[in-house]
Design a protein around this ligand. Sequence first.
Ligand code: ATP
Ligand code: MG
Length: 568
Amino acid sequence: MTDSVKNMEQESANETLPERRNFIREIIDVDLKANKYERKVHTRFPPEPNGYLHIGHAKSICLNFGIANDYKGMCNLRFDDTNPSKEEVEYVESIQQDVRWLGFDWDDRLFYASDYFEKLCGFAIRLIQKGKAYVCDLSADEIRQYRGTLTEPGKESPYRNRTVEENLDLFQRMRSGEFPDGSRTLRAKIDMASPNLNLRDPVMYRILRSTHHRTGDSWCIYPTYDWAHGQSDSIEGITHSICTLEFEIHRPLYDWFLNALEIHHPRQIEFARLNLTYTVMSKRKLLELVEEQRVNGWDDPRMPTISGLRRRGYTPESIRLFADRIGVSKNESMIDVALLEDCLRSDLNKRASRVMAVLHPLKIVIENYPDERVEELEAVNNPEDPAMGVRKIPFSKIIYIEQDDFQENPPKKYFRLSPGMEVRLRYAYIIKCVDVVKDEKSGKVVELRCTYDPETKSGSSQSGRKVKGTIHWVSALHAVNAEVRLYDRLFNVENPNDDNWKECINPNSVEVLRDCKIEPGLAAAKPQDRFQFERLGYFCVDDDSKTSALVFNRAVTLRDTWLKMQKT
Ligand code: ATP
Ligand code: MG
């Protein structure tokens, strides 16, 4: 392919996907037109492996991998594992699984900042040799005191003017383990009076005896994030370093390092992070929820983690759709979680098989239906997609309906079942309630006696008679038992982000129903299978089904019931 053809393809990436157009792509287009970076686009997603990924990370993943895909470039996965004490292999594995599950691929470009420890050390020595870095004996507290504030300049360290030789010697001895933890640092020699605090001689290395998940005990000095990050991007030949807005103020420092080292200089572009209503997104808070067992692990279906959303029933497609719909900007904003839910609905509406399930069963005996008879009735799998075909569901004398599809004393315009009234059973017959059986002690309705009209079979030529209501049902003899978990928001307030955020946890965020009846075709359903339970919402088979009876999570209701409640 010639360069100009390649160039045209890249430029058209933005134009053919108007819904994905954003200010970052505009910057890339300008760079391509100007022949910057040999017209290459190379991005990366750089998680710190200190927690599970959440929906905010998904925004960044879709952005970085999406741009690479659309511009026929590349996107690396790089673990920014410079902080040995907080990082774990479990997180490294879950992060890879989540990125893959979202539908993205880093090919053979899986990297770790820790792979660059030796190179970074060499860069540090280069800065020392240029007189641009020095070993400082101030303690962490003293460094903080000397740093100054936004309104006052900082004070220079008494160790700032050590000779190059002395610095080289001390840094070497820091590395070889001669000094205790925290006793010395390597600092960049920039400007203690800079209005940008990040430029006031920032620390590049600290002494820390801590076992690293990859390098073990071979290092006792570790690079700071600010020192490692930009150089790692440079080493990988990243062209566009996309990150969240809080790094805007660090950019002058990253530029200073790259210029001082005279190495490849990626362009950093910042965007606003995703905030979502009724949840928290900081990894520290999510970790607290897990450690204090306020949820059942990182993949609890109420968590905003990717693993939680997956377990809840979210599809990769729905999350990518969400990322497209929210777009990217420079302004901090709060996105309504209802938008995320709506993306799932619109995806599953196209793809999920419709089935019948009864969550709160009420038994009905159809008195005039022959005792032993079983009919196989035809049901449509998905009215949105005829290609998904039809299935057979069994009908027999005893069935279950939902308890709230019956009322003994119905209000006006109640079109479901009540004494003496008729209703249509979906895909089956019209039935009429002729008697109500109650528990003698509690007075609770425990069974209905009904009759059916054999002339009203759905789909048959005589089925023409119409009644106002249609309800779902399951044949008692054939039903599969299941547990169903219904979820609500994890927090009671839109923005649970002040100090008392844990007091805003919704105590009723999960309701477990243990006696649900599901149509028999679902007996062999597997974890992650997703269905629409007619009239009830979209449900996903939970991982717990591997070890126990069938368990379903409700991923989302059929429409936004919260919106409806607010309106009425
Ligand atoms: P936290 O502040 O919750 O610990 P983090 O930003 O430190 O998260 P990283 O593992 O460093 O987490 O994030 C990896 C990448 O994901 C970074 O490039 C970061 O900018 C991006 N990211 C993290 N949170 C969000 C968010 N809410 N929205 C968009 N991007 C995000
Ligand atoms: Mg971070």
